[in-house]
Design a protein around this ligand. Structure first.
Ligand code: SF4
Length: 601
């Protein structure tokens, strides 16, 4: 095998540029800039906003890598929505890999998804596809759709998959050896995706179910799990509240000591034997068996995660563990105690899954140092002009709106400014301009909706069975004058081009809740430095919100940032081409007049 593969040349990437549909005229100048940069620098970080045409460039880079002999050429995205958009481009020779939750399991008569069943415990499943040979466990059986897809993907080529799929196959599986190339789409989101994928939750309810099942097969580990459950309950009851409380080192050490008593291989063997001998019924006990599968599979990971929650002489904690005392229902039963292990410092893990050659793309990289600190991805950096005319947009920060920081605002500031926004939406709608209003908390969203009602503004939002996505779609179809939602729902993923909502109001930056265990952990871990990290996230979010209504060259759209908290970070977060659109010396009334002039009406 060749020891080291070259990164692709400019000529090769140009030759691999797609030729279908809108791409038949070849790459645009800005796409060629990407190829020149990658050819000169190899692995790169590229800031490319909407309109650059990064998807076609991403594909050309990977196709070129494939031609150079890279075995697996992955294009990874944060979620299935973006993945589907890429697949719909119809590029030649692209394979798609979806997670277990997107495939049916064929083992059961009842319909179940492949992530709802204890697959690894069902060794005799006739549909199981051997990942080395591609053959089913039983000759002639219909191949398991998930494993069949995985087998095909692992044969090589250009593969589009989610970040989660890539993470699990590369961090925990030995599924992808050889020379690989990786392009990360929306790379600013990779840290959060990895954090979510690697965070665990252990509840009293599920532990009790597992204990019952182990008791039934007379496994000696039952007693150890009972001890663990007892400790979990005591910790959660003694100190935890609804918001969760960080565990102290002694408590973590106690939990580790208990779990270390379990011999995972031995336990797995006992469970598998019980399934073979039908002591455990895979049909009747499916759910509990699934929990047991997760528990045994994750035991080592729990222990390691707990260990990473402790500080050592060499390093600060990398994870944190918190306990919750809650009152939730799971079917007919109650969950009262919950232990959550949060994977926090993921930069080293992300670095570990980067192959020799990689390109990270995002519309919002910001400062490469901060991006590298958060994601672990470092390399030569290229920031591209979006090519959008700057005079089609404005970024406003009015002078007469309040500072909405909790310790800076007056009691009535929030209500007053929300009412002003509602009135502004009304004024704009009378001129034919619809708006998007983005809040941080749900309470702010609800208050704003109430004020809209009082001001007779036709507002639409989610709730009462309507999802955020559905509400946005109804708005796009013409319902309502203002779409209202939190940043968690509408800062990304909702595109409002063609003046669907040419005005965006963004209420305030979403600094973390000081009571949240994650915030407390970051304060302890980073001290004063935490502000660099928090401001970086705030800046990214501000840019994402701003981008909702400018998706094409011809779009006209403005964003009005309300809280004076933005004054510290907003201008610094803007890419160079957008700086000319920044207006920070107008009152809100003047802002509205200026926006109306730009938008017409
Ligand atoms: S291998 Fe069998 S048990 Fe596992 S998901 Fe596929 S069909 Fe279901």
């Amino acid at each position: 095998m060749v020891k080291h593969l070259q990164h692709p040349s400019q000529q090769l990437m140009l030759a691999c540029f797609p030729k279908n549909g809108v791409y038949h005229n070849g790459p645009r100048a800005v796409q060629e800039d990407i190829f020149v940069f990658v050819a000169e620098n190899g692995s790169s970080i590229i800031e490319a906003g909407t309109g650059v045409g990064k998807t076609a460039a991403e594909y050309a880079i990977l196709r070129a890598c494939q031609k150079l002999g890279y075995q697996h050429c992955f294009l990874i995205t944060p979620n299935k929505t973006i993945l589907t958009q890429i697949v719909n481009e119809g590029f030649e020779g692209v394979k798609v890999a979806l997670g277990r939750n997107e495939h049916p399991c064929l083992y059961y008569d009842e319909p179940h998804k492949a992530d709802e069943i204890p697959c690894s415990m069902l060794k005799n499943c006739p549909h199981r596809v051997d990942q080395t040979t591609g053959k089913t466990h039983e000759e002639g059986a219909i191949p398991c759709p998930y494993l069949q897809q995985k087998f095909e993907v692992m044969q090589g080529g250009v593969v589009v998959c989610t970040m989660a799929f890539y993470l699990f196959t590369h961090l925990f599986g030995k599924d992808s050896d050889g020379h690989n190339a990786l392009v990360i789409d929306e790379a600013h989101r990779i840290s959060d995706v990895v954090r979510n994928c690697l965070s665990y939750e252990i509840t009293d309810f599920h532990l009790e179910k597992c204990i019952e099942l182990l008791q039934m097969i007379e496994a000696s580990e039952t007693e150890t799990l009972k001890k663990f459950l007892f400790s979990l309950k005591r910790i959660a009851k003694n100190k935890a509240k609804k918001e969760g409380v960080l565990l102290d080192p002694q408590e973590i050490q106690r939990l580790i000591a208990i779990l270390e008593e379990i011999d995972v291989n031995d336990l797995l063997e006992k469970i598998e034997r019980a399934v073979r001998e039908r002591l455990i019924d895979p049909e009747k006990d499916r759910e509990t068996l699934k929990h047991l599968e997760v528990l045994t599979r994750d035991l080592r990971r729990y222990i390691r995660s707990f260990e990473f929650s402790l500080e050592t002489d060499q390093r600060k904690p990398l994870n944190y563990t918190c306990a919750y005392y809650t009152q939730e229902r799971e079917g007919k039963s109650k969950i009262q105690h919950r232990l959550v292990v949060k994977c926090y410092y993921v930069a080293p893990l992300i670095r570990k899954i980067l192959p020799d050659f990689y390109c990270a793309f995002s519309a919002t990289i910001g400062k490469p140092d901060n991006f590298g600190f958060e994601t672990g991805i470092r390399g030569p950096f290229l920031s591209l002009d979006s090519g959008f005319p700057v005079d089609h947009t404005r970024v406003y920060l009015p002078t007469d709106t309040p500072n909405l920081a909790v310790n800076a605002r007056n009691k009535r500031d929030l209500t007053q400014v929300l009412r002003k926004i509602a009135k502004a939406c009304k004024r704009l709608s009378e001129k034919g301009h619809r708006s998007l209003a983005v809040t941080i908390s749900n309470a702010e969203r609800e208050k704003f909706l109430m004020l809209c009602m009082e001001e007779e503004v036709d507002a639409i939002s989610y709730g009462n069975g309507l999802t955020a996505k559905e509400a946005a779609q109804e708005f796009k179809n013409g319902k309502g004058d203002v779409l209202v939602g939190t940043a968690a729902n509408y800062s990304e993923g909702v595109d409002l081009p063609k003046q669907i909502a040419p005005v965006i109001f963004f209420l305030r930056p979403g600094y973390p809740n000081p009571k949240d265990p994650g915030t407390i952990f970051e304060e302890r871990r980073w001290g004063g430095q935490r502000w660099v990290l928090w401001n970086y996230r705030i800046m990214n979010q501000a840019l994402q919100v701003r981008g909702r209504n400018i998706r094409r060259q011809s779009d006209l759209g403005v964003t009005i940032f309300i809280s004076q908290q933005f004054r510290r970070v907003l201008f610094a977060s803007l890419p160079e081409w957008l700086e000319k659109a920044y207006r920070n010396s107008l009152t809100l009334d003047e802002v509205l007049a200026d926006a109306e002039k730009l938008l017409g009406g």
